[in-house]
Design a protein around this ligand. Structure first.
Ligand SMILES: *[C@@H]1O[C@H](CO)[C@@H](O)[C@H](O)[C@H]1NC(C)=O
Ligand SMILES: *[C@@H]1O[C@H](CO)[C@@H](O)[C@H](O)[C@H]1NC(C)=O
Length: 334
């Protein structure tokens, strides 16, 4: 009922807006009907709740932390060099339910773990990934810029394959964060799921880009997926400061943010058939969790970095959260 009511509202709003814009009842009807048909024909169905539960709330036995999963952001960038095998081991040791890992590619097309599109921030090398072969990347020190580098000497940039094998061995759930390259990423992940079918029950593919998730489900509709969102991300940085100094540009991007937010909450989730919605923690409330629950979608919050906040998400909201550290309070790692 709720879904039906929502769809009627959605198409009514679109109808009125297009009618006001075009003043043509014929065009308005054609446009609204096309959108309806498009969604009806091209949407992916959500996956069965049982399998999604297995991924989001793995039963880790008595040693597990209960219903709520704590997921180490980039493997836990505060506790160990981000996106490395050392981080994965450290997260497991410290009781994480899972790890969030960033997928990127070397210039010769090997899937690796890296957050940025250059190696400068985390390694002792310099330059864009798009110009570095896997053999070049392997020579770099992946702990070079970390605060605990003395403890992690010799850490390398792992391939996606190595990282996944380590997670499977340690029974960690994987949240793959895919930033771009929709086609290459979908192909690489599809191959990975074929090789390690256990991932269907123990991993989720997440992206800020709906196109990435859509491509993923086109290449393998059985993969559990999530959209990632930070309201006002087009006009503002993570700390809230404006991205653009030009007032016009800022206003325009704020309007785009508004449209993107509406699209995420009313259209894109359904088109992609997502199972979870990863959202910046400040926007999560009981009502918000309920909004998504009614749509069969689970909220996951990021980045939850203090003890007090973790208790709030764990006990009150009972929402999975992504954190930079399993052991101490820290500032967010953007
Ligand atoms: C980075 O560190 C590694 C390991 O110490 C070393 O072998 C390599 O030559 C260094 N690379 C650069 C570009 O400094
Ligand atoms: C995934 O879980 C389902 C239900 O528990 C089970 O039947 C299936 O064999 C599992 N698949 C893999 C590859 O582990």
């Amino acid at each position: 009922m709720l879904q039906l009511g929502e769809e009627v509202t959605l198409y009514s709003v679109i109808f009125v807006v297009v009618l006001l814009g075009t003043r043509s009842p014929v065009w308005t009807t054609v446009l609204t009907a096309s959108l309806y048909l498009f969604l009806a024909l091209f949407r992916f169905p959500q996956l069965p709740a049982g399998r999604v539960q297995q991924v989001l709330h793995p039963d880790k036995g008595a040693a597990g932390s209960g219903r709520v999963s704590a997921v180490a952001h980039r493997g836990g960038g505060q506790d160990a060099p981000e996106n490395t095998i050392a981080a994965i081991r450290e997260a497991s040791k410290n009781g994480a339910t899972g790890v969030e890992l960033d997928l990127e590619f070397s210039s010769d097309g090997v899937p690796i773990l890296m957050h940025d599109d250059t190696v400068d921030r985390t390694t002792n090398g310099s330059g864009p990934l798009s110009q570095m072969r896997i053999s070049d990347l392997r020579k770099l020190d992946a702990a070079a810029k970390h605060r605990l580098r003395e403890k992690f000497i010799g850490e390398k940039i792992p391939t996606l394959e190595e990282a996944v094998e380590e997670c499977i061995k340690l029974q960690l759930t994987i949240y793959f964060d895919v930033k771009g390259h929709p086609d290459e990423s979908a192909a690489a992940l599809k191959e990975l799921y074929r090789k390690h079918p256990v991932l269907y029950n123990s991993s989720i593919v997440c992206s800020f880009e709906p196109k990435v998730i859509y491509r993923m489900r086109q290449s393998d509709p059985e993969v559990v997926t999530a959209l990632t969102h930070r309201p006002w991300s087009l006009s503002r940085f993570g700390d809230g400061s404006p991205r653009y100094s030009s007032l016009w540009k800022h206003q325009w991007m704020t309007l785009m943010d508004f449209v993107l937010d509406l699209a995420h909450h009313h259209v894109l989730w359904k088109l992609c058939g997502i199972s979870a919605f990863l959202i910046q923690k400040n926007f999560v409330s009981l009502d918000y969790v309920e909004y998504w629950a009614q749509r069969g979608v689970e909220v996951v919050a990021w980045t939850v970095n203090t003890k007090v906040e973790k208790e709030y998400f764990h006990e009150l909201l009972q929402v999975n959260y992504i954190t930079d550290s399993l052991v101490e309070d820290c500032e967010p790692h953007y």
